[in-house]
Design a protein. Structure first.
Length: 87
């Protein structure tokens, strides 16, 4: 599975979770490689990365900078997230 770098999920770079999860991913990688084979490490790191991505995108969704010129992150609406339009 190809995963985008976590920084790609917040274009302005102001989300404090970017460094939090990037650092956690490095620490988790270092701890896992001592105990597990490569396939198991990759599976665990993929799950961690997906959860980190969700948290980053959730915080970005309520960001006050999102509507300013500083932020180039595309705004998602309920319709694009759920695939349905609100009536």
């Amino acid at each position: 599975m190809l995963l985008a770098p976590l920084q790609k999920h917040c274009e302005c770079g102001l989300n404090p979770l970017l460094n939090y999860y990037a650092t956690g991913e490095l620490a988790l990688h270092a701890a896992l490689r001592q105990r597990f084979d490569a396939a198991t490490c990759d599976a665990i790191l993929t799950i961690y990365h997906i959860k980190a991505q969700q948290e980053i995108e959730t915080l970005c969704a309520v960001c006050q900078v999102r509507d300013s010129l500083k932020c180039r992150t595309k705004r998602t609406t309920a319709a694009t997230v759920t695939g349905k339009m609100d009536a």
